[in-house]
Design a protein around this ligand. Structure first.
Ligand code: PAF
Length: 287
């Protein structure tokens, strides 16, 4: 595996990997890799001849008071994990390579960035869209893979790629990979490490309550009442509060107060102990 920190060697390495019409998949990450990331890497292997992973802790997506300085940086450990998984290229740009002096651009994706996690983290999705656009232009992958766990992020990236024509010879395909869950249903997240053993046990209330709400909506229950019951169940299960619990159009993220004929998503963020957990699940459309 080649590890590259600046742009010119990256361009040469990408050209070499693409020789003979070989295809390239990109898994963008901020490092501190866990099983969820490794699932993306394995899925990438099935999509292309070569796999590149980027590791860059992107300051543009951290707000004031968020944990940018405390964010774990473990390049040696991450690099060993990727090497063992057969990754071909690790793109770990320096801050100067990503944002040279005078960098002044910003990509704001209206609509899909609003509300949900965008409400609690103003500017976060601008930072994500800006860095992902740069990563696409730098690595020029045929396919890029993101976890469905961050559904709003995936929707923002898809909208941005469509709007900015990041199609061949850039990214032809943005693939969402299904959330990896513990055996009790809790979505895998680096934030689960913040949970005490007691909170970890209680946290399973989140996916359980979401599945019950989805079953109710699919059986014809009214959406606003079901969402109120969902919030009450999450709090009764041991969560301190619910930031949001919403039914949205899966693609545009337009809020819905009734079931529709197209793909929908139930999205929740809730706080327990020191953690703010997010989750989302599909809701079957009406026939
Ligand atoms: O999901 C992440 O790890 C980050 O938001 C991403 C997509 C790598 C952009 O920095």
């Amino acid at each position: 595996m080649q590890t590259i920190h600046s742009l010119d060697p990256l361009r040469s390495a990408v050209s070499a990997l693409r020789e003979g019409g070989k295809t390239l998949a990109l898994v963008p990450t901020m490092g501190a890799l866990h099983e969820g990331h490794m699932t993306l890497v394995r899925a990438a292997r099935a999509q292309a001849d070569h796999v590149a992973v980027s590791i860059f802790v992107n300051p543009l997506q951290f707000g004031a008071g968020e944990d940018l300085d405390a964010y774990p940086r473990q390049l040696a450990r991450d690099s060993a994990l990727l090497e063992a998984e057969g990754v071909d290229l690790l793109w770990a740009p320096t801050i100067e390579a990503m944002y040279p002096a005078g960098f002044a651009s910003n990509i704001a994706v209206a609509g899909v960035s609003d509300g949900l996690c965008g409400a609690a983290r103003p500017g976060h999705f601008d930072g994500v869209a800006t860095v992902v656009c740069k990563l696409f232009n730098q690595v020029l992958p045929d396919v890029a893979l993101f976890g469905e766990k961050d559904w709003q992020q995936l929707a923002v990236i898809r909208r941005m790629a469509r709007d900015l024509d990041l199609t061949r010879p850039h990214v032809t395909h943005i693939l969402g990979v299904e959330t990896v869950r513990e055996s009790d249903g809790l979505a895998l997240s680096s934030r689960n490490a913040y949970l005490s053993p007691q909170d970890r046990q209680a946290a399973t209330a989140l996916p359980l309550a979401m599945r019950a709400a989805i079953a109710a909506i699919e059986a014809g229950a009214l959406v606003p009442e079901t969402l109120t019951t969902l919030e009450a169940r999450i709090v009764a299960g041991g969560f301190a509060s619910v930031d949001y619990a919403e039914l949205r159009d899966a693609d545009s993220l337009v809020p819905l107060d009734a079931r529709i004929a197209g793909p929908m998503r139930l999205l929740v963020a809730a706080r327990i102990g020191k953690a703010r957990l997010i989750d989302n699940m599909p809701v079957a459309p009406t026939a």
